[in-house]
Design a protein around this ligand. Structure first.
Ligand code: ADP
Length: 262
């Protein structure tokens, strides 16, 4: 009887060991795949704007000779947009590097969430003027303050609203709300994009992860770093972030502890 029990336990332990080994190997394989995809994406993301700026500068040199102000302005606009994109990519990589080295030290201060959101919304409206996107912002009647790092929290809002616009494509409608209580500041960012399947909803916060099986967003470029950074920053502020999506559209919800004077 003793022999039977010990054999059974041995079998159980070996089974468990194999199961965990299999899981570790599987997650390592997925990580390697994601990392390889990231290198490919990044090469594209960095090289494309450089090539476009190069071509635009050539065109500017040509049209300068023919004194065509409309064309000149158009190519200067293109160069500026691409430079901005390049800058954002560099920031993302640098922020991630800092996160990995434990190098992000928050510099918290009394941060007005509504003011932060408004500044990002205004910048986004200006940037997307030509695409016809609608960005609705519904502020809270109550003041909304947190003990937060202005630079990183602004980056968080920027990343999520940028994704909402990017993945919703033409005719994007984004609705941002801010609701505040004594304990909590809740920010919600909803879009009318393709939505995110249940099986991907946790994984999108992993580093490098991108949804690749949705044909609607197959051509949208990215690095898979944004939401990973966003969740780390929200967590460093003792907050939470989650996504809700069933079918069309996605809603990202951020909860942050409200600022308390004591
Ligand atoms: P990326 O640079 O790829 O946008 P993120 O980390 O910001 O990286 O997002 C991870 C993935 O989550 C994206 O590749 C995309 O598949 C999905 N995703 C993020 N936001 C949205 C959204 N608003 N609508 C649909 N899919 C989204």
């Amino acid at each position: 009887r003793y022999y039977l029990i010990s054999s059974f336990l041995m079998l159980l332990l070996t089974g468990l060991a194999f199961y965990f080994l299999f899981r570790v190997m599987r997650s390592q394989r997925l990580y390697t795949q994601a990392r390889l995809a990231f290198t490919g994406n990044m090469t594209h993301e960095l090289k494309t704007p450089v090539a476009i700026i190069d071509a635009a500068l050539d065109a500017i040199t040509r049209y300068q000779l023919t004194h065509d102000p409309v064309k000149l302005e158009n190519y200067i606009d293109i160069s500026k947009t691409e430079l901005q994109r390049l800058n954002q990519m560099i920031d993302k990589v640098l922020n991630l590097e800092q996160l990995d080295n434990g190098g992000i030290r928050l510099q918290p201060e009394l941060y007005d969430v509504q003011q932060g959101l408004e500044s990002v919304v205004n910048a986004m409206r200006l940037r997307n003027e030509k695409q016809g996107a609608i960005i609705n912002y519904l502020p809270s009647a109550e003041p909304c303050f947190v003990d937060g790092d202005p630079v990183h929290l602004t980056n968080v809002f920027y990343n999520i609203i940028d994704n909402a616009l990017k993945y919703s494509g033409d005719n994007a409608i984004i609705t941002i709300t801010c609701n505040c209580s004594h304990q909590d500041v809740r920010i919600s960012i909803a879009d009318n994009g393709p939505g995110i399947q249940k099986i991907h909803q946790e994984r999108i916060f992993e580093r490098f992860f991108r949804v690749t099986d949705n044909p609607d967003i197959h051509n949208v470029k990215g690095s898979g770093l944004g939401l990973y950074y966003v969740r780390q920053i929200v967590n460093l502020h003792k907050g939470t972030i989650s996504v809700h999506s069933s079918g069309q559209g996605s809603t990202f919800i951020i909860d942050l502890p409200a600022y308390n004077e004591v």
